[in-house]
Design a protein around this ligand. Sequence first.
Ligand code: ADP
Length: 447
Amino acid sequence: SDDVKRQKIENRVAKMRFSAATARKIQDVFISEMNKGIHQQPSSLQMENTYIPELLDGTEEGLYLALDLGGTNFRVVLLELAHGAPIREEVKRYYIGSELRVGSAIPLFDHLAESVSDFVISQGLQDVELPLGFTFSFPMIQHSLDVGVLVTWTKTFNCPDAVNKDAVRLLREALDRRGDTKVKVLAVLNDTTGTLVQGSTLDHNTAVGLILGTGSNACYLERADRVEHWETERHGEREVIIDIEWGAFGDNGVLDFIKTDFDRENDANSLIVNSFTFEKYIAGKYLGEVVRVILAKLTKERLLFVGDSTSDSLLTSGNLTTDLVSHIEQDSLDGGDSNTKEILAKFGIIPDEDDIRIVQYVCEVASNRAALLVSICLASLIDRIDKEQVTIAVDGSLYKHHPRLEGWMKQYISLLCTPGRKFKLIHAEDGSGKGAALVSAIAHRLK
Ligand code: ADP
């Protein structure tokens, strides 16, 4: 009967619905990994020092550049600041051919430098000294605000001779080879850090930056005296931005107690197996695949689409993208089924009423788990930050477009952080562009 079937399906995904005790356990593990990371003990959280010791103070003026590499687009950005706030922005996108993304790093960095000087010259600024913030959204080890050593390429890039090299130095050398501008690279950062700094211009209580896009990561303002890894001379800094690198949370096995057979298959289908454990539960690159794996298993177990022949397309890894999960979730919110039917039709499936409800339920369970996991970590950060009000600046298409994440996150964070703590979630668009220019302004002021 329908009730029996429904019960079977709920049982099948029951491990994805955390009890309060499991949520607490995850939170304890996250806090413990953060503490280990910051004390330089083995941990799946890198807790990288970004060497950004303070935010804008309202005195920053003039023109600042950003170069954004590693997101969906490659761009050069010019930001004009007055009293520490942006008053004008110019952006130009450049194309990086696939032949430049692999092989020697020299042609790639020459192309980056060429794009910077094309932009600067088109603005008539070739004779102006321009500070530049370099958003380099790849795993790196930072030795100071303007030294970032590439650990490994990811996404679509692979220029092996750049690994273990300082990305800033590679860029400076390429700019020097041209010698046609007066651009000064003052800072290297990633999109998460840029988001926090960009958020701070919208809300001065911003103390956390969060990315929920293709990948996921977060950073926060930490008390400087808690940070052990500090290679440069200290100048009485009170705070510093710590880049958690939480995509890798659990890579050492500490989160294995929440792993389901669905997650094991999602991992097995991924490009780099046994890494980015946390990202595979929460990020846009994987959420659709988690849903697809569950639907495929339920189909094979004859709990779903029993009246229909199995769709080969749905059984193929990568075929259900996260934007589709958003559209199905929109149906659940509206109490409708038109998006769900349309999406299933594209897979060659004509569902019955039960199938529709099951597909919507699976999207809800996977999305809800992502929201809860992110909220558990954010609540731990809010508790850790010693401020009356903590604003979390968020960027990324998953957060922007998923119709339920934000609402769930608000609800879960307030349940999970210490009662009475105040927090706010704000959208901070384009931290990887604007944020990097802002960081170069901070670096310029501190010089
Ligand atoms: P980045 O690649 O720099 O993270 P975005 O923040 O735009 O860029 O994230 C793109 C990712 O967001 C896509 O890979 C996809 O997983 C996810 N995404 C895109 N559209 C939607 C949507 N409507 N709902 C949920 N996720 C989406």
